[in-house]
Design a protein around this ligand. Structure first.
Ligand SMILES: [Zn+2]
Length: 249
């Protein structure tokens, strides 16, 4: 069978994770079952070991190529931060709080973010049905396969988080399409939003240089990213929107 990443005809793995296990760290219950809330019916389902799929990736692509991005991101998201990565917090005059990370590896961090979206797009699981990258799926595959994260404005990803806002972080929302404002143009671009374990990933599906749309919240080539802390009321809106119900007030 053909590997979806390297495109070689080879033996494929029977279990590839669509989203990295470590992002679910906070989401396992005391029996180590994943709390997985489905958008369509807002019904808790328990999945023993996360969302995975057979026959999409070969061992090399999963265990080496994708794994190098995941391993790197895990050190940033979960493990003790080691230099040159530095994490600081600050509050702007308007009261908004941010986590600022410096010293990141632009290529690995960005490709990790894109790998989440790309794997959702190639997945046949119903949970990921709304992610269809179309012609951009191939462009992102090439970036992941070649280890080239491209320019700043090439498929930029904005990260934010709603930890510590009295909102449940034990949620994996079904990814969905959104409209993203595009600077300097009248139309709104297609984007996707992923909500995983208190983190919100917002992607702008463009390979044009539109990085000004997200401004400082996109990782720079110098390895700096500003991660806004979503205020409680906005977090409520995001979660209610995800579930199409007024669950949180
Ligand atoms: Zn492969």
């Amino acid at each position: 069978m053909q590997c979806r990443l390297c495109l070689k005809e080879t033996v494929l793995l029977k279990k590839s994770h669509i989203w990295s296990d470590f992002l679910y760290t906070q989401m396992y219950d005391d029996k180590h079952r994943l709390v997985n809330l489905s958008l369509q019916n807002y019904r808790s389902k328990f999945v023993q070991s996360g969302l995975h799929e057979a026959d999409i990736l070969c061992a090399k692509c999963d265990n080496e190529v994708i794994n190098q991005y995941e391993t790197y991101a895990k050190t940033v998201f979960c493990d003790e931060v080691i230099p040159p990565v530095q994490v600081n917090y600050f509050r702007k005059e308007d009261g908004l709080e941010y986590t600022v990370i410096n010293g990141l590896d632009y290529t690995k961090f960005k490709l990790f973010c894109l790998s989440l979206l790309w794997r959702a797009s190639i997945s046949n699981l119903p949970f990921f049905a709304k992610v269809k990258l179309g012609k951009y799926e191939e462009a992102i595959r090439e970036m992941l396969n070649s280890g080239n994260a491209g320019e700043l404005g090439s498929f930029p990803c904005m990260l934010s988080r709603y930890h510590n806002q009295n909102l449940p972080s034990e949620i994996v929302g079904e990814p969905r399409e959104i409209r993203v404002p595009s600077a300097g143009v009248k139309y709104q671009n297609i984007g996707y939003v992923l909500v995983i374990g208190g983190w919100v990933f917002i992607y702008n599906i463009t390979n044009k240089n539109t990085d000004e749309v997200f401004g400082e919240t996109v990782i720079t080539k110098e390895g700096r990213i500003m991660i806004p802390h979503i205020p409680y009321d906005q977090g409520v809106k995001i979660l209610n929107h995800l579930f199409n119900k007024k669950i949180f007030i």
